[in-house]
Design a protein around this ligand. Structure first.
Ligand code: BES
Ligand code: ZN
Length: 484
């Protein structure tokens, strides 16, 4: 949903001490929203959000390692100032931020997970304002990471801060685990969990790194797709060749790769790799029925948000079924040959493609990448060489939304939004969630705050302050519900 001009009015006011239970709360910002209600947001919360967003904590690019680490240090300082005991834990990659309150016997223990790393902002020219200089427009903050995941994890931090200020403590024993490698597959967090398995013992994990089906509609996700990556390299001649002298005599690696990629799907959008669907479980009827009642016209929204001329996907399934319960194969990048200005009559010596598969219950990432490699090897023409490398992979996740903690989460969402939550699965992946189950033995509650048009991973990513506020309410409500 695009922010509407004139929708919001921001004013700043000093609240009188009698109105303000916490002296440090100080200056508050009034967000007047004609379509919803009036809420009060502290100016210091907005300042925290801006500071957090100004770090270009791009985990995938080593040139930014220093910035990633500065961002982690900022979090440790913030959490320490709130009265938590916070530390930075180095890993072979980017550090993990771990903070906790003073744990007391007899209380429930909650682990809140999030990530402070972000995706690269490219392509820069498509941003309306610089990605690491946050700006507020009509109640939405624009910056890389605003939604994914800085706004969402910060709302939990601020929720905890407000509770500590108001009551001196939290109703539960709390761990914050905030990592810097989620966007690159969380390769070091599993080890961190194993190494600290005892100290991290908890009853349940809470994560806000997923979506809401629409603005103002509380949403609990009980499933995520998994992901498995594969890179292809097709090599031909030992050097780039004149396409007039050699064209017709040798195979073109770019053409060979394009032909290979074209064998991935059949004409109805099904993946044509033998055995690919063997382990896919059929969608239970209760879920299909529940998803039919999701209170948004998803097809219409996706057409509007993406600007595509028409939707496309595997035949025989609705759009939501395709995104939430069916596996996919995507070509994420394709390169080789001459990319400069004008033309160059050349046969490039190499061509590359980066692929990821989204996985659903009960598919296994290593089996899928092995099947894909067999498929490509079999279909590759003899005039070129094909090399393949399997990359990171993360499993799918499915939990029971009606478990004891699932119900607690639903109650919390209802309390925070004054409306019954919608239960969904997600198409995206959060690889570490299955490790919380495998290593810590606990389930994860996914209480997302991302709006459908938040533009996560895209230019002009944004997060509404309304949802920063909602996240603070969710944090308070969910900790209270879990505390019982
Ligand atoms: N926040 C997303 C996960 C997500 C996206 C959940 C959309 C639900 C809906 C997360 O930061 C992310 O982007 N994960 C990556 C994982 C990958 C790099 C291993 C993803 O899904 O591509
Ligand atoms: Zn992401």
């Amino acid at each position: 949903m695009a922010p509407v001009n004139g929708d919001l009015q921001l004013t700043f006011s000093k609240r009188r001490a009698s109105e303000n239970p916490s002296a440090s709360a100080g200056l508050r910002m009034t967000i007047l929203n004609r379509r919803t209600n009036i809420s009060l947001m502290r100016a210091t919360h907005l300042e925290d959000f801006y500071q957090f967003l100004r770090f270009p904590s791009i985990s995938t690019d080593n040139d930014y390692s220093e910035k990633v680490s500065e961002c982690a240090h900022w979090l440790v300082e913030k959490l320490t100032r709130m009265g938590l005991s916070a530390r930075l834990h180095p890993t072979p990659g980017h550090p993990v931020v771990w903070a906790q309150n003073k744990h007391k016997a007899g209380r429930h223990t909650v682990l809140i997970y999030g990530h402070y790393d972000v995706q690269p902002p490219d392509p820069l020219e498509l941003w309306e304002s610089p990605p690491f200089e946050p700006v507020l427009k009509n109640g939405y903050v624009f910056a890389r990471g605003a939604t994914d995941n800085k706004g969402q994890i910060l709302s939990h931090i601020l929720g905890a801060q407000e509770q500590i200020e108001a009551a001196g403590d939290l109703p539960v024993n709390l761990h914050f685990v905030i990592e810097g490698e989620e966007e690159i597959g969380s390769g070091n967090l599993g080890n961190f969990l194993s190494q600290n398995q005892n100290a991290l013992k908890c009853d349940v994990v809470v994560v806000s790194d997923t979506g809401m089906v629409a603005r103002g509609v509380p949403t609990m996700s009980y499933g995520l797709r998994g992901v498995a990556a594969l890179e292809l390299k097709v090599s031909g001649p030992k050097i780039d060749l004149h396409s007039g002298i050699y064209g017709g005599a040798v195979a073109n690696p770019l053409t060979a790769l394009a032909q290979l990629l074209a064998t991935l799907h059949d004409s109805e959008g099904h993946i044509a790799i033998a055995g690919f669907y063997d382990d896919v479980l059929p969608l239970p009827n209760w879920e299909r029925e529940m998803w039919r009642k999701v209170p948004v016209n998803v097809d219409k929204e996706i057409l509007k948000d993406t600007g595509v001329p028409q939707l496309f996907g595997e035949k025989g399934f609705s759009t939501l079924e395709r995104i939430w319960s069916r596996p996919t194969a995507e070509v994420n990048g394709f390169s080789g040959g001459y990319q400069g200005r004008g033309t160059k009559t050349v046969i490039g010596r190499e061509a590359f493609a980066k692929l990821t598969f989204r996985l659903v219950p009960n598919q296994a990432g290593d089996k899928i990448t092995a099947l894909a490699q067999e498929h490509f090897q079999k279909n590759c023409q003899p005039g070129v060489r094909l090399d393949m490398t399997a990359g990171h992979s993360g499993p799918w996740y499915l939990t029971d939304p009606h478990s004891k903690y699932g119900k607690a989460a639903q109650n919390a969402l209802k309390h925070a939004f004054d409306r019954n939550p919608v239960l969904i699965r997600e198409g995206g992946s959060i690889p570490i969630v299955s490790d919380f189950r495998r290593i810590l033995g606990v389930e994860t509650l996914l209480l997302g705050l991302a709006l459908p048009d938040c533009r996560a991973h895209s230019p002009n990513e944004n997060f509404p302050l309304e949802n920063l506020d909602a996240g603070i309410r969710i944090n308070k409500a969910v900790l209270q519900e879990i505390a019982g």
